[in-house]
Design a protein around this ligand. Structure first.
Ligand code: BYC
Length: 306
């Protein structure tokens, strides 16, 4: 493939595959986004993972275990997709641990009660679906294909969260208050998952021209708000935004401005739990070093078996 074939592939909405020629910046942008996405899945196991031993019933524990395992799987597909671009998985993990690569801001907030598990499923996975369904049509083949399975699993995650919240809302006044409190804490950080406003998003224009991203950050944020408001009504919770209301002219909900200085702080390492999240990842990486060494020694001795 040459430069002109690459441009034609993008223009015709076809897929770029790993062995095809691609501009170096396209490759670097994909490695950046896919690595950040993979890191988010792996770090994203921590906030909910903390509740596995404290789940209130065996059924809830089984669901939560399955969900957290799915997230590990998503991280692994995504690291594999990054490897098809020439990235090295060990190097990506090193960059994460050393603070040289980002992961989603949302996973730096604490999970204070079991209602947080439900709200993460409903809002955080809901936001992830809004963002990721268009990525199934991303121009890079391995990323787009990984997204198809990931989105199916995210959809189960979202439903289990909503069902958990429905159950709690049908419980005691204390349980309903717990759900409302969790919604109050997670709403604004969920809106921030879509990234900075379009005017402050340095990567969007090029990523959209290359069809890596299919919609802008603000478009997807609006789609998420429109989707969530009726769900909040059905659940019986209020969203903590005094200016949230239907705009008949635009046929969308108007909503307030997230605190962008908070997003900046969290992205640059100064959120409520950034240090703890990275420290735990560093510990898991060093605890697992002997397994990687043993696997590499075994492969060297017996061949890869291929
Ligand atoms: N948090 O120019 P922009 C999940 C960074 S996991 C942190 O708009 P772009 C789940 C951005 O990377 C879901 N960083 O960037 C798992 C860029 O950094 P650089 C995770 C953020 O890439 C477990 C800079 O800010 N989803 O669902 O065009 C349990 C400027 O931004 C954030 C993905 O990763 C943020 N919120 O657009 C439950 C989806 N926002 O240039 C659930 C894939 C922005 O300094 N990623 N930044 O390196 C994307 O779709 C895009 O990368 C983004 C940002 C929309 C996030």
């Amino acid at each position: 493939m040459s430069e002109s074939t690459f441009a034609e592939t993008i223009a015709k909405d076809q897929r770029v595959e790993p062995r095809d020629w691609m501009p170096d910046k396209y490759r670097q942008t994909l490695i950046r986004q896919i690595a950040q996405h993979a890191h988010s899945e792996i770090i994203g196991m921590q906030p909910e993972g903390e509740w596995i031993t404290r789940a209130p019933t065996l059924r809830r524990k089984a669901i939560l275990l399955a969900k957290v395992q799915d997230e590990a799987g998503h991280g692994l597909y995504l690291y594999s997709a990054a490897e098809t671009l020439g990235a090295d998985r060990g190097d990506l993990t090193k960059r994460l641990i050393e603070g040289r690569q980002k992961y989603s801001s949302i996973f730096n907030y604490p999970t204070l009660t079991f209602a947080d598990v439900g709200v993460i499923g409903w809002l955080v996975d809901g936001a992830a679906i809004c963002n990721q369904v268009p990525l199934c049509r991303s121009s890079f083949g391995p990323y787009a294909r990984a997204m198809i399975r990931i989105c199916k699993e995210e959809s189960f995650h979202q439903r289990q969260g909503y069902e958990l919240l429905m159950t709690m809302m049908g419980g005691t006044a204390g349980q309903r208050a717990m759900v409302q409190d969790a919604v109050n804490r997670w709403w604004w950080p969920s809106l921030m998952m879509f990234g900075p406003p379009d005017g402050d998003s340095p990567n969007s224009a090029q990523s959209m021209a290359w069809k890596i991203k299919r919609h802008s950050n603000d478009e997807l944020r609006q789609r998420f708000v429109d989707m969530s408001v009726p769900q909040a009504e059905a659940l019986g919770v209020t969203l903590p935004d005094p200016v949230l209301r239907w705009n008949a002219e635009r046929e969308h909900y108007d909503f307030g401005e997230p605190d962008w200085s908070e997003l900046k702080r969290v992205i640059t390492g100064d959120g409520p739990l950034n240090r703890q999240r990275i420290e735990r990842r560093r510990q898991a990486d060093s605890d697992g070093a002997w397994v990687r060494e043993a696997a590499a020694a075994h492969a060297a001795k017996h061949g890869s078996g291929r």
